[in-house]
Design a protein around this ligand. Structure first.
Ligand SMILES: Nc1ncnc2c1ncn2[C@@H]1O[C@H](COP(=O)(O)OP(=O)(O)OP(=O)(O)O)[C@@H](O)[C@H]1O
Ligand SMILES: O=C(O)C1=C[C@@H](O)[C@@H](O)[C@H](O)C1
Ligand SMILES: [Mg+2]
Length: 182
């Protein structure tokens, strides 16, 4: 399937919002490829994101993240799950918005934290972003980032819905349908 207005779809949102899960379902429905920017970044760096933060620092990670985004923003017919902090840099927000449909999976801090703790594939590979860590970190960081997700996104989707429903809703918007932006 093609839509010249949106040759690719980006999923943005906090950790645990469901970008990887929903992205896979969506790519399947479109007959597109799925790529997870965090996974690609770790493969390129040859180490986990936690190690990149510890050994090279967050700014080095953010540079790598922007580089990977520029590469992925040139791939057609891809559903792209981004890292939770991709919206921090203004240049990333513009690139996302101008390169494809940007779907924001909007999650509450409580649900994000619950899912982050329950997910063994990412739990130990991701660093804390603040000294506090835990639910307090999620509450603080997510609240601070809300306007940035909103700015980058074309549409917002409530992350507590099922992956199948979310994929169908995103597909509807990609096809030119409307949804409310909260
Ligand atoms: N819509 C959903 N309904 C129920 N559970 C979900 C949903 N989306 C994701 N999950 C579960 O929540 C956990 C985190 O999901 P997922 O890895 O897709 O989130 P993510 O946004 O990609 O997170 P990260 O930024 O850490 O990669 C997984 O265990 C997944 O099975
Ligand atoms: O929210 C963030 O800043 C991050 C989210 C993850 O997806 C990773 O990209 C990394 O752990 C940073
Ligand atoms: Mg993911």
């Amino acid at each position: 399937m093609t839509n010249p207005m949106y040759p690719r779809i980006f999923l943005i949102g906090y950790r645990g919002s469901g970008k990887t899960t929903v992205g896979r379902v969506l790519a399947d429905r479109l007959g597109w490829s799925f790529v997870d920017a965090d996974v690609l970044l770790e493969a390129r760096a040859g180490k986990t994101i936690a190690r990149i933060f510890a050994e090279d620092g967050e700014p080095a990670f953010r540079d790598l993240e922007s580089k990977i985004l520029a590469e992925l923003a040139a791939r057609a017919q891809h559903v792209i799950a981004t890292g939770g902090g991709i919206i921090l840099r203004p240049a990333n927000r513009s690139l996302l918005h101008d390169s494809g449909l940007v779907a924001w999976l909007q999650v509450s801090p409580g649900l994000a934290w619950e899912r982050m703790q329950a997910d063994p594939t990412t739990r130990d590979r991701r660093p804390n972003l603040t000294p506090a860590g835990g639910l307090l970190e999620v509450q603080t960081v997510l609240t601070a980032r809300e306007p940035l997700y909103r700015e980058a996104a074309h549409a917002a989707f409530p992350a507590e819905r099922s992956p199948e429903l979310l994929a169908a809703d995103i597909l509807h918007v990609w096809n030119g349908g409307t949804t409310s932006r909260s």
